[in-house]
Design a protein around this ligand. Structure first.
Ligand SMILES: [Zn+2]
Length: 206
């Protein structure tokens, strides 16, 4: 989210959505948090911060207004007999952990083995973002992406692998910078057939 630091007068950043009204109780909550953190919400540099924070959180959590399965509604039956793995690799994403509301930065690899039809490849990333832009735990994010593809496309197999770092671990608590977490969910052929699983993991670079 580069727009975060672009401009001190909010709502004008290039990729920001149109400014939405922020209810008073939301700005008041952020002011309370600033006080709790040890600063003075009335000092000049912080005056507009509550409104900016409120709008930023609407962006971070835009996935609540996005139906992930909707992105997979349009399928293509014409696949020229293609029946091999479809893989979207190294998809960067950002999420927030539901325990600390701290950033999660990661990369996802999403694969499926089609049965009769495929979707536009960018749709796999849209499904990921629709779930990532919510308060999450990495395990559930991984499972939700895989389940959504499984239920919408009825493919022969689905494989989702997510690697991520959690600011709640790297910036606070045990403070272990660089430590990453890997989660995976294998379904259908990728779970039941050792050779298919090895093949998809190799394509993903593992
Ligand atoms: Zn956390």
């Amino acid at each position: 989210m580069s727009s975060l630091h672009d401009s001190p007068d909010d709502g004008k950043a290039v990729d920001a959505p149109p400014a939405i009204p922020v209810p008073d109780d939301v700005t008041e909550a952020v002011r309370t948090l600033i006080r709790w953190a040890g600063d003075d919400p009335e000092r000049e540099g912080l005056l507009d911060t509550p409104r900016r924070v409120a709008r930023a959180w609407k962006e971070y959590c835009a996935g609540y207004a996005d139906d992930p399965a909707h992105h997979l509604a349009r399928v293509f039956e014409e696949v020229g007999g293609y029946d091999e793995i479809v893989l979207l690799k190294d998809i960067p994403f950002q999420s927030h952990c539901e325990h600390h509301m701290a950033p999660i930065h990661g990369t996802a690899h999403i694969a499926y083995l089609p049965r009769n039809h495929v979707v536009g490849i960018s749709k796999l990333a849209r499904v990921l973002h629709a779930y990532a832009r919510r308060l999450q735990v990495q395990e559930r994010l991984t499972a939700e992406v895989a389940d959504c593809i499984w239920n919408a496309l009825h493919p022969v197999g689905v494989a989702v692998v997510i690697q991520a770092t959690h600011a709640c671990m790297t910036a606070r608590g045990v403070r272990t910078p660089g430590v990453g977490m890997v989660t995976s969910r294998m379904m259908g052929a990728f779970r039941d057939d050792e050779r298919s699983r090895r093949e998809v993991l190799a394509l993903m670079g593992f």
